[in-house]
Design a protein around this ligand. Structure first.
Ligand code: LGS
Length: 489
């Protein structure tokens, strides 16, 4: 009896501690969307043709070539301006449900102002929409993915509060022109990355060092721009157009180096994901409290009269709160955080007082910053659910860079493991996830990494004037997943 008793206890223990996801069926629910993404500057090319003006990225790559790993530009990129039909045919062959792409502000409004509409620019995007419609692929349109006209940069770009109004005028042109055929809009892609990398680490356009406050001002004006555009859509277009509009945030998963350091992981979350998510999705709105406190404290230590983090008035807090029909999530990887007080005191690059590292055991990708940590996706999805009352989440970017040109086994492994985590979060933990979008459809101009990092499902030969496309091995894997609507290794 003792033996049987012990056996029962052991079985119970093993059962309880075993993977609770074991009994999950890895099929995708009806209506769940799977697609792929791109952005205008990264794929279009045709940088100065058909009425398009110079964008801040055109200017950056032409004037500061040393900032780009291979000194390349997006002048031609994948030439999707001319090859969109071929691209959309490839999407059709794969069987994806939606295509997330962005509009070039400088192509639609070359001067930046809404009165000067470039008909050829509008035509190009109508052509894409026609083609998508023909193949029954749903468009998901990002209004702004970092490439505003250089004419607006001359006025200070996102440092200028007026940019919020310029953006809202541009968005209004977009709603009026495309809203009857686009049911899914994103105002701005990742304010965090554009503002940090453009104003702090200086790797991206406009690459300006504004003594520690630029990134804060930049996100501040973007949040205003987003909210104004949201309200315009809500007031003037929603009832006839019936679409959704929201914003996209990058949220890495942060694990603490010391397992019990929940303070550091919370700070890391709030300084990245929470910076844009808290004002929009939290009950109280405004920036996360911890951010306001820490930045104010550091600003004082640095001898500044005001906090580097601008303040929203009560009216703005209310106006911004709730302005997203969905939580647009870009997620790639995870890191380890630990407190690093010395860095925090006087280094304005480090107001969160944290040191970020990685676990050397994590599998590497082609990009230095990207380690393969699939359970990070599950963790971040559960955090979003718990912190913001389970909003509908649209995963708008997830993917990996893989040095293998066609035999991209890292990508297959990555996508499989990350999608699996997502399904566990949906089916076991009831996270409200509506869509999964792979970054990216094509190998493309990866910002400061030029054409070095390959994120595409489709390889592009950038030495070929014709930019020949070749589907990678991950495409055949994805095809069978999409066909069976079930995840298979
Ligand atoms: O190509 C971009 C992908 C690839 O890596 C896409 O245009 C962006 O929306 C997105 O941000 N993407 C991306 N993100 C990771 C950026 C890591 C930079 C880390 C710097 C943090 C301060």
């Amino acid at each position: 009896y003792v033996f049987i008793f012990i056996l029962i206890i052991i079985t119970l223990l093993v059962f309880n501690s075993s993977d609770k996801s074991a009994d999950i069926d890895y099929s995708f629910p009806d209506g769940f969307l799977i697609g792929a993404a791109s952005s205008s500057y990264q794929v279009e090319g045709a940088w100065n043709t058909s009425g398009k003006s110079e964008s801040v990225w055109d200017n950056f790559v032409h004037t500061r070539p040393e900032k780009i790993a291979d000194r390349s530009t997006g002048d031609i990129a994948c030439d999707s301006y001319h090859k969109y039909k071929e691209d959309i045919q490839l999407m059709k062959d794969i069987g994806i449900n939606h295509y997330r792409f962005s509009l070039s502000w400088a192509r639609i409004l070359p001067t930046g102002y809404s009165k000067d509409v470039n008909k050829e620019g509008l035509r190009y995007y109508h052509n894409i929409l026609d083609e998508l419609e023909k193949h029954k692929i749903e468009p998901m349109v990002t209004i702004y993915h970092w490439d505003h006209p250089q004419s607006l940069e001359r006025l200070g770009g996102w440092m200028n509060e007026l940019m919020a109004d310029f953006f809202a005028d541009y968005a209004t042109v977009v709603f009026r022109e495309f809203g009857h055929r686009v049911k899914m809009f994103t105002t701005i892609n990742e304010p965090y990355i554009y503002c940090i990398v453009g104003y702090k680490t200086l790797r991206f356009a406009p690459g300006l060092n504004l003594s520690g406050w630029g990134a804060y001002q930049c996100v501040h004006n973007m949040l205003k721009a987003h909210a104004i555009a949201y309200h315009i859509y809500d007031r003037e277009f929603r009832s006839q157009q019936n679409g959704k509009i929201g914003i996209i945030m990058p949220c890495f998963q942060h694990y603490s180096k010391d397992k019990n350091d929940l303070v550091s992981t919370n700070i890391a979350f709030e300084f990245q994901c929470g910076w844009t998510a808290h004002p929009i999705f939290s009950k109280d709105g405004d920036y996360p409290k911890i951010m306001k406190q820490m930045i104010a404290k550091n600003s004082k230590l640095e001898g500044r009269k005001r906090s580097k983090l601008p303040t929203f008035s009560k009216q703005w807090i209310e106006y911004i709160k709730g302005t997203s029909d969905y939580f647009g999530l870009n997620h790639y990887t995870a890191d380890l955080v630990e407190p690093s007080p010395e860095a925090a005191a006087f280094d304005s690059l480090n107001d969160d007082g944290l040191l970020y590292t990685v676990d050397e055991k994590w599998l590497s990708s082609q990009s230095k910053w990207l380690k393969v940590v699939p359970d990070g996706l599950g963790e971040i999805l559960r955090q979003i659910k718990n912190r913001y009352n389970n909003p509908p989440v649209y995963i708008m970017e997830n993917g990996v860079s893989d040095p293998n040109t066609v035999n991209d086994t890292i990508r297959i492994q990555y996508l499989y493991a990350y999608m699996k985590e997502m399904l566990v979060a949906m089916k076991r933990d009831n996270c409200n996830i509506k869509a999964y979008t792979i970054w990216s459809f094509l190998d493309s101009f990866e910002w400061d990494m030029g054409y070095v990092d390959h994120f595409g499902l489709i390889s592009v030969d950038f030495n070929d004037p014709n930019r020949k496309r070749t589907p990678k091995k991950s495409v055949s894997w994805l095809k069978s997943v999409l066909k069976s609507r079930k995840l298979m290794p």
